[in-house]
Design a protein around this ligand. Structure first.
Ligand code: KG4
Ligand code: ZN
Length: 382
């Protein structure tokens, strides 16, 4: 089926047209390992990063204004696509939460208008959970290529899968027994990891969004090339790392960087060198990721996982990907696993907010008859 999706939960305006198919299988055993065949036909993302950057974060009223301006412009480009022209769309879906409510409403209102005026209510319109989008983004591959041409379709076993969702608003670890059964194992008790990157970036006088800037700066650190255990010479805490649960906490790490910078400033009374800043960025990044990797790998052991998937803006980090890739190839002493397990990452473009992942989330909601009210729900969770 063809799914048209709309995403406006934060500071990206996005529309996507995705072809999603179901492998026909009558066997109940097969339905446990059900994987839809997903092919992105068109995905346009209009980022508002430059507009929000001077404010150091997303301003909801500006986000709303930009979405209202961008949605019709993106739609105009979709109108050229033959499937849209011929109205061969089978499902319309829109993010209803979580996110900024004024921003969410723009997408919902636009979806309702399309549903009524363009599609004349001939197709279903369903609400999608943004977090399901990140959760299922591992099913997406490069535009025009079906995920069945991608190695994951050939894997004998993918589940149980440990899923790590790391974004500007969320840090969630969970286990997927199959595509329809997600169990949350833990989440952040305060700041999300992406939010922590953004706040620390501000302390280091780097522009919003902070994650990519910190990653780039950290690559210039002399520690970046050091051996694994010497990568964080400035000792920052990795909160909750020793607690035998799957929760996280990032506000203490941000405060530790704040105090370190304050003390360094008073001690030297000079402007910090770029090299020193790079070392702080690398050390912070190392401390932030250490706890994510540790708890993910512990969950792999406890649940006998066959794979790990990551999603959300922070999953775009090459360093986080490198660390998890390294771990999944190591002999699993703690986990006592067969090796190696699969580590599945979406292409970079589907880590940050996008409507292609919302198409999958909407498709799954429709398939499983989950009805989210078509109202903005800023605190919708998994
Ligand atoms: O998923 P996303 O686009 O929006 C939310 O749903 O929150 O994630 C945005 C977050 C921002 O906090 C940004 O700083 C972070 O993802 N991010 C990164 C990297 N790229 C983006 N964090 C760390 N390293 C990166 N390379
Ligand atoms: Zn997101």
């Amino acid at each position: 089926m063809h799914v048209l999706a709309i995403e406006t939960s934060c500071d990206e305006t996005s529309l996507a047209l995705v072809e999603i198919g179901q492998r026909s299988s009558a066997s109940p055993a097969r339905s446990q390992t059900f994987l839809p065949n997903v092919k992105v036909l068109k995905n346009i993302v209009s980022s508002q990063v430059k507009i929000h950057a001077p404010f150091g974060g997303v301003v909801p009223s500006l986000a709303k204004r930009e979405h209202i301006k961008n949605l019709p412009l993106i739609w105009k480009q979709f109108l050229k696509h033959p499937i849209i022209k011929k109205k061969k769309v089978d499902l319309l879906t829109v993010t209803v939460g979580p996110g900024l409510e004024p921003a969410l409403w723009t997408g919902i209102t636009f979806a309702k208008e399309l549903h009524e005026n363009y599609f004349e209510k001939r197709i279903p319109l369903v609400g999608a959970n943004h977090l399901h989008g990140h959760l299922y983004s591992f099913l997406l591959t490069q535009k025009g290529i079906s995920n069945f041409q991608f190695p994951i379709s050939n894997q004998k076993k993918l589940f149980p899968m440990i899923s790590l969702i790391v974004s500007g608003g969320h840090t969630i670890l969970g286990v997927l027994k199959n595509l329809n059964s997600f169990k949350k194992l833990g989440e952040t008790k305060d700041d999300a990891v992406g939010e922590c990157f953004d706040k620390v970036a501000r302390l280091l006088e780097l522009p919003y969004p902070g994650g990519p800037k910190i990653e780039k700066l950290a690559q210039k650190s002399s520690f970046a090339k050091a051996t694994e255990d010497k990568r964080e010479r400035v000792q920052f805490p990795s909160p909750m790392i020793h607690q035998k649960n799957y929760d996280f906490s990032y506000s203490g790490l941000k405060t530790a960087v704040l105090y370190y910078l304050r003390d360094a400033k008073y001690a030297n009374n000079t402007r910090m060198s770029r090299k020193k800043k790079a070392d702080i960025a690398a050390s912070f990044q190392g401390a932030a990721f250490k706890v994510l990797v540790k708890k993910t790998m512990r969950a792999v052991g406890e649940y006998g996982a066959e794979s790990i998937s990551i999603g959300g803006g922070v999953a775009a980090s090459k360093e986080l990907r490198r660390l998890l890739n390294h771990e999944t190839r190591l002999p699993q002493t703690e986990a006592k696993l067969r090796n190696p397990i699969q580590f599945i990452v979406p292409p970079f473009e589907y880590c940050m907010d996008n409507a292609a992942m919302i198409a999958v989330a909407g498709y799954m909601a429709h398939k499983n008859k989950i009805q989210h009210p078509l109202k903005a729900n800023g605190i919708l969770n998994l």
